[in-house]
Write a protein that binds this ligand. Structure first.
Ligand code: UDP
Length: 339
């Protein structure tokens, strides 16, 4: 039984990780300032005898120090997330990501806790060399374009964590999450699947940015947190960087059509209910999207035997069910009459 701390534990991924760790019999403490996380995400865990929750920022050194002193493994997930937030609040993004990680690593070193640091597929930037493997070069755009500030801040996090490992022998593991989806993810920060599902349930056309030929691979959060929890148990993983993602590639236009089909059935009237939104309208000027993003997951497979198991359609069904339960009034009439 391990004493674990999750920074950003009330977020979408953190809350699923908390569940997975509790199910493995561990003690779980989370620290979250509820900036993008929410109490609702962990409400069902409150009262569990092995679960504790500190509503606090990781910028509070005293609180962080105490919580770290009481744990063996830290999962550092607290970060500014989502493309939209990064574009709207660049100072907040850079400061939160870099200073937060620095604070966590410093505290971890005092108590020699193992640290799993969350990074992102964004660090590969706009490299066209897919699939992305951990040793690949990264290709970022110019500093005048905000999007790359997020990637750069996460790269600094990775450099810093690896430096703590090399210079001080701190056991760190870095995982690069590719598009992760599932129940509890909010569309508020731009993420495409919750946005599409909510639009479809509200009988609105789906907003596809650009021409919709860009692709992504969406990994179910349950698969992702299993990878993270397994990495924490592997001594071989220490000092290493791992991709965590699905290899099921889909164009955004196809994703929209699959979402429409799952919500509206084979109703012809809905098959192509998408609105193509030019990037210039969807994001601030100067935004660059990447055309393809596919992980190479052979490294993590070799290290811990992990591979994703849940299909995109199954994940879409889970997200649709989640939003139906959240907001029963958003169910469209046709669908209810079909069931
Ligand atoms: N996207 C879209 N419509 C939306 C939101 C996003 O077409 O309402 C596109 C976005 O331009 C990108 C993809 O969906 O090509 C994934 O976007 P998301 O923000 O979920 O993740 P990203 O991979 O960009 O970090």
């Amino acid at each position: 039984m391990t004493r674990t701390l999750i920074t950003g534990g009330a977020g979408f991924i953190g809350s699923h990780l908390a569940e997975a760790l509790l199910a493995r019999g561990h003690h779980v403490t989370i620290i979250d300032d509820l900036s993008t996380g929410s109490l609702a995400n962990v409400q069902h865990l409150i009262g569990h005898e092995r679960f504790r929750f500190a509503i606090e920022t990781i910028g509070n050194e005293m609180v962080l120090d105490r919580l770290v002193s009481e744990c063996d493994v830290i999962f550092h997930l607290a970060a500014a997330v989502g493309v939209q937030l990064i574009i709207q609040k660049p100072v907040h993004t850079i400061e939160t990501n870099i200073m937060g990680t620095e604070a966590v690593l410093k505290a971890a070193l005092r108590y020699r806790a193992r640290v799993l640091v969350a990074s992102t597929s964004e660090v590969y930037g706009k490299s066209e060399r897919v699939p992305y493997s951990e040793a690949n070069d990264v290709v970022l755009g110019p500093t005048v374009r905000n999007r790359w500030a997020y990637a750069a801040s996460k790269m600094v996090d990775e450099f810093l964590a690896l430096a703590y490992q090399r210079e001080h022998g701190l056991p760190v593991v870095i995982f690069r999450l590719f598009n992760t989806v599932g129940p509890r993810q909010t569309g508020q920060y731009g993420m495409v699947i919750p946005r599409f599902v909510q639009q479809a349930l509200a009988s609105q056309p789906l907003t596809v940015y650009g021409d919709g030929t860009q692709t992504r691979c969406f990994c179910n959060v349950v698969d992702s947190v299993r990878a993270i929890a397994d990495l924490a148990e592997s001594d071989e993983a220490v000092g290493q960087v791992f991709n965590v993602g699905s290899t099921e590639e889909v164009t955004i236009l196809d994703l929209a059509r699959r979402t429409l089909a799952l919500v509206h059935g084979q109703d012809d009237a809905w098959r192509d209910q998408v609105t193509l939104v030019p990037y210039a309208e969807a994001y601030a000027a100067g935004f660059e999207d990447m055309l393809r993003r596919v992980p190479d997951v052979s490294k993590i497979h070799q290290a811990i035997g992990w591979q994703p198991t849940i299909s995109l359609d199954e994940t879409l069904r889970q997200v649709i069910t989640y939003y139906r339960l959240q907001n029963p009034s958003s169910q469209n009439g046709r669908l209810i009459s079909r069931q």
